[in-house]
Design a binder for this molecule. Structure first.
Ligand code: ADP
Ligand code: MG
Length: 450
């Protein structure tokens, strides 16, 4: 691996952990100047960047380097004159290494079409479909076939890094490629909110309204961002009604089910849930295998099947985290120029994953049993006693909704229950909270304890 590849791999990891703006500010025009006896010399454009990287990113950078090779002992930052950095090595992750670099655009936006905010990198072709996202995928297919009439709105929810943006963008790209003349527009909720505020300030509300009412397919990503932004919500509410009445398709994504969104007006929440609500969970084992294979293929790299199986068995995390792990494995193997041992792979996994899921399951079980004053162990028993059944259903529901744990895994954790039992339990809670406000309160209190 040469200096450029090595630095690209480090940047690829940093890119997913910081905001786009930060990434561009601090990592633009940086490169590895030389490696000397285990010390990496990173060239930076000025003193300011040097100080900042040293104080804020040094540990993270070193950790990533060490993950690639234990022989790397330290990182030093040196200021390189503008002429030697200009025109070379603008930071790009290995996945986007073609095309010109436009400095004012954030990295991920390199290919974004300003007309519709669509990035052609997100397609259905490069998306793995498994049980974890099957429902969301088939709902989107129906929407693509009959926009405005199949499911309207389509509301896709799931934890971070599970592929909501990928799916939402793929819908837009697909409809666009069909050349039916339908006008598609994708916007993160955040961008919509900024656009709205600007239009208020510039007194250009009419243009704002006209612009958004023109679209046949309107996709809004991460609506949870609008929590407590009352006026933007109100604008969205009216926009939604206008689009809906004209049979235009609306698609939302969110990190939570509409019922669980806090800081939203009820009338907007009820619109969110008026069409079809689908979720994406953590990928199950088979999907994890496919995702690993898919990512390896994109990196032009291969691993032994038993190694792939080992990785898929060892992790239960988001697609984004899986990308990070595969990326590290590929980098390290390329750097060492040989296959990695199981232990080396174990180390990479250990360093890459925040062990949140196991902690979460335990915490949920503890908090729920404490709340209902029952023994933790009783939650796993095969009993139908009412005082146990309810807490068990609630624990399952929280694990599913808040932690995106798959039905089969929840079943497994609860003493080998079938996944259909888990689905039934979660549905039961989901339906009860619609009418039972005591239950809603209890859930809120339990969540507050987590
Ligand atoms: P979210 O918006 O839910 O936080 P993203 O859509 O940004 O997640 O996905 C995180 C990363 O994982 C992206 O690089 C995306 O391309 C990739 N990804 C997500 N889902 C899939 C999938 N089903 N198959 C392949 N790659 C995926
Ligand atoms: Mg997203």
């Amino acid at each position: 691996m040469d200096n450029k590849q090595l630095w690209d791999s480090v940047l690829a990891e940093i890119e997913v952990s910081v905001s786009k703006a930060n990434f561009l500010t601090w990592f633009k025009n940086t490169k590895i100047v030389k490696q000397d006896n285990g010390i990496i010399h990173v060239g930076v454009p000025n003193e300011f960047v040097k100080e900042w990287l040293l104080s804020k990113y040094d540990r993270q950078i070193l950790k990533i380097f060490r993950n690639i090779s234990e022989n790397i002992r330290g990182v030093e930052y040196i200021i390189v004159s503008l002429s030697s950095t200009r025109g070379i090595e603008n930071p790009q992750s290995p996945t986007h290494n073609t095309g010109a670099f436009t400095p004012e655009l954030p990295l991920n936006d390199l290919y974004i079409n300003r007309e519709d905010n669509l990035n052609p990198r997100y397609t259905f072709d490069n998306m793995v479909i498994g049980a974890f996202n099957e429902l969301a995928h088939s709902a989107t297919m129906a929407v693509i076939k009959h926009p405005g009439s199949a499911y309207n709105p389509l509301f896709i929810h799931g934890g971070t890094g599970l592929g909501k943006t990928h799916l939402a963008q793929a819908i837009g790209n697909q409809i666009k490629s069909m050349k039916t003349g339908k006008k598609v527009y994708y916007t993160p909720a955040e961008k919509f909110a900024i656009d709205y505020l600007n239009s208020v300030q510039n007194r250009s509300m009419n243009e704002f309204k006209e612009k958004y009412r023109r679209y046949d397919v309107f996709i809004m990503d991460d609506v949870q961002f609008m929590a407590s932004k009352e006026r933007t919500q109100e604008e969205l509410f009216h926009l939604f009604n206008a689009l809906y009445e004209n049979n235009k398709q609306v698609i939302f994504t969110s990190d939570k089910h509409p019922n669980l969104l806090h800081g939203f007006e009820d009338r907007l929440k009820s619109r969110f849930g008026a069409g079809m609500i689908v979720d994406i969970t953590n990928p199950e084992y088979e999907a994890r295998v496919s995702i690993i294979q898919h990512k390896l293929k994109t990196s032009n790299f291969s691993l032994q099947p038993d190694m792939i199986a080992f990785i898929a068995e060892s992790i239960e995390c988001s697609v984004r985290e899986m990308e990070g792990i595969v990326n590290s494995i590929v980098c390290q193997a390329r750097f060492k120029n040989r296959e990695l041992s199981i232990n080396e792979v174990k180390m990479i996994i250990k360093n890459s994953i925040v062990p949140k899921k196991t902690a979460s399951v335990k915490d949920v079980i503890r908090v729920v049993s404490e709340f209902y004053n029952i023994e933790e162990a009783s939650l796993f028993e095969k009993t139908r006693k009412k005082e146990i059944v309810k807490p068990r259903q609630i624990a399952m529901y929280i694990l599913r909704e808040d932690f995106s744990i798959s039905y089969p895994t929840i079943g497994e954790k609860f003493g080998g229950r079938d996944h259909t039992t888990v689905i039934h339990s979660c549905d039961k809670v989901k339906n009860s909270i619609k009418t039972n406000s005591t239950l809603t309160d209890e859930l809120e209190q339990i969540r507050a304890l987590l």
